[in-house]
Write a protein that binds this ligand. Structure first.
Ligand SMILES: O=C(O)c1ccccc1N[C@@H]1O[C@H](COP(=O)(O)O)[C@@H](O)[C@H]1O
Length: 213
């Protein structure tokens, strides 16, 4: 059994990036989607990632960007992984010569296996909650029973996770990774370092328990 990887998304301040690293998470996410209260620009992103060490992955999140928008971030900021959270197709996502994950918003009737297969070049599929008019970061969970037992790609589970429910999520879904934003915030875009620690410890705790079983 693999341990569950952890990404903390929506980092807007260098001190929050440090808290993510110190807590022992695997990745942090920067939101390059201006309508989001967690959005950062290139100047802020450079400051945030300046002290992020090797082996902690920096993810850049976009929602239906232009090629130029993605490229200008890649030209200026240390980005290890792209996350596309809109209606982008594989041909768009793969053109940047950078690994990418694709977010899918889960609806009741979703055929998630078929949806995953539309992204043969993705390194993983992030499953988030569907809410009309909101591309992501809803703070809401979805019906985890819809996640395929043997998905064709590694699954990153997102949507409404929190220190209180992540153990149940991992027990039920056994995702490759979990991704959280609102559940570790003091206010939109401002992370609560205590909650980040709690979340990471809870993932470690449930993994330890699963390893012993
Ligand atoms: O965080 C945002 O503001 C955001 C905006 C647009 C698309 C995605 C966004 N965040 C991603 O949403 C999921 C779940 O967030 P939450 O834990 O439910 O708050 C997460 O993958 C973020 O990366």
């Amino acid at each position: 059994m693999l341990r569950t990887r952890i990404k903390i998304c929506g980092i807007t301040r260098a001190e929050d990036a440090t808290a993510v690293v110190d807590a022992g998470a695997d990745a942090l996410g920067l939101v390059f989607y201006p309508p989001s209260p967690r959005a950062v620009d290139i100047a802020a992103a450079k400051i945030i990632v300046a002290d992020v060490p090797a082996f902690v992955s920096v993810t850049a999140l976009f929602v239906n960007p232009t090629v130029e928008e993605v490229q200008s971030v890649l030209d200026s900021v240390r980005i290890d992984l792209l996350q596309f959270h809109g209606d982008e197709e594989d041909a768009f996502c793969r053109q940047f010569n950078r690994p990418y994950i694709k977010a899918l918003r889960v609806r009741q009737a979703s055929d998630l296996v078929a949806s995953c297969l539309r992204f043969p070049n993705a390194l993983g599929i992030l499953l988030d909650s569907y809410k009309p008019g909101v591309p992501g970061g809803t703070g809401e969970t979805f019906d985890w029973s819809l996640v395929p037992a043997t998905p064709p790609k590694p699954i990153i589970l997102a949507g409404g996770l929190a220190p209180e429910n992540v153990a149940a999520a991992i027990e039920q879904v056994a995702p490759f990774a979990v991704d959280i934003s609102g559940g570790v915030e003091a206010a939109k875009g401002i992370k609560d370092h205590g909650k980040i620690n709690e979340f990471v410890k809870e993932v470690y705790r449930v993994d330890q328990h699963r390893l012993q079983c």
